[in-house]
Design a protein around this ligand. Structure first.
Ligand SMILES: Cc1ncc(COP(=O)(O)O)c(C=O)c1O
Length: 373
């Protein structure tokens, strides 16, 4: 089992004591109070027992409404949804359902390290496909063709992307669906940052024509600052896929924590200004940090979604692990080294914007001080 390089740096940063944390994708906002209160009330009222494998009906209904209204998945029904332990378990049970040991899974590189870990868990062959600067760090059919083999059963697509912040446009998304359909492979679409998008025109893959092969994974973690509640969900339009994933829930988790599901209902059905407020804050931080770094000649990929800055440090240091270590030890700033996200991340650092703006900018100044003393 490969170790997550982000977690490795989190552990080092915690051990180092008083440092600026830009390594972790954890919103610095508190879970909205009405969400916490809903869980409290549910627990006091006796929602402390097992619930259905696929999730409580009220939550599946609220999720289906959300998928129709906010993700434009016109046909989404409560029966198409399985509630999971965060996006992480959504991805795990989706791949468990799609893939047999020895099958190939196409994984974005750079991409979230857990994709590789989950592929390992299901016994799949990892088939990294490069996201290249010349393709604006978006999936290209050439790269997919290069990475795919006759054993390939699924492709993981992540939009908005962690670590890149890139967002698939409609044209590329349709192209990708056509490519997968022609090869007869599943598309596992990780959309855990779906509501943290700063541009117009972002599309959920499942909202496009020809999306029968898409299994989509979503999360409450980032949208509602609910990382510790562990609630996410899978959407699939094919009943056989939903049935299989529902069955898999039993041996893996049985069901998601009942008070946390009450919290998720409150998050979806309550005021959405909380989401807009957090999104605006991430956008402001993105603009401030990118402009500070750029004004000192550091090249930064401006994220169209999610809350990360992808910083090109190759002109200063080709070993990003060493650079991240040096930043932690000498400048007291924790960052995630680019190669933690795959070979394609070499020479980059990922900075999290999920940190208060003044702290983020202080961290950027320290990085600049280290790069050009
Ligand atoms: C790309 C991506 N997908 C999925 C997740 C899963 O998050 P969670 O399990 O908290 O929903 C994360 C968390 O960092 C992520 O970055």
């Amino acid at each position: 089992m490969p170790r997550s390089g982000i977690r490795a740096f989190m552990d080092l940063a915690w051990a180092a004591g008083d440092v600026i944390h830009l390594e972790v994708g954890e919103p610095n906002f508190a879970t909205p109070p009405h969400v916490v209160e809903a869980a409290h009330r549910a627990a006091l009222n006796g929602s402390t027992k097992y619930v259905p494998n696929a999730g409580v009906p009220e939550l599946r209904t609220a999720i289906a409404d959300k998928l129709r209204q906010r993700n434009s998945i016109a046909e989404a029904r409560p029966d198409d949804v399985v509630v999971t332990v965060g996006g992480a378990e959504a991805l795990y049970v989706s791949l468990l359902a799609m893939v047999e040991p020895g099958d190939g899974v196409l994984i974005p590189d750079p991409g979230w390290p857990n994709f590789r870990m989950i592929a390992t868990l299901v016994g799949a062959e990892q088939q990294p496909y490069r996201l290249r600067p010349e393709d604006s760090f978006l999936p290209s059919l050439d790269e997919l063709d290069r990475a795919a083999t006759s054993a390939t059963r699924a492709v993981i697509v992540n939009s908005p992307s962690n670590p890149l912040g890139t967002v698939l446009d409609c044209h590329r998304a349709s192209e990708l669906l056509g490519w997968a359909a022609k090869r007869g492979i599943w598309v596992v679409s990780d959309e855990c940052y779906d509501e943290l998008v700063y541009i117009d025109g972002a599309k959920s893959l499942a909202s496009l024509p020809g999306a029968e092969c898409v299994v989509s994974c979503f999360s409450f973690s980032k949208t509602y600052a609910m990382t510790g509640w562990r609630v996410g969900y899978v959407h699939a339009s094919r009943p056989d896929v939903v049935d299989l994933i529902t069955k898999l829930q039993e041996p893996v988790i049985a069901c998601v924590n009942a008070p946390a599901q009450a919290a998720a209902i409150a998050a979806l059905t309550g005021p959405q200004e909380v989401v807009a407020g957090m999104r605006d804050a991430y956008r402001r931080r993105r603009d401030a940090a990118a402009s500070l770094l750029r004004s000192h000649g550091v090249s930064v990929l401006e994220p169209a979604g999610a809350f990360y800055l992808w910083v090109d440090t190759a002109p200063w240091a080709d070993d990003d692990w060493q650079l991240a270590h040096d930043l932690l030890t000498n400048s007291r700033v924790a960052v995630a080294p680019g190669s933690a996200f795959g070979a394609g991340g070499r020479g980059f650092l990922r900075l999290s914007l999920a940190t208060e703006e003044s702290v983020l900018l202080e961290g950027c100044r320290k990085i600049l001080g280290h790069l050009s003393p």
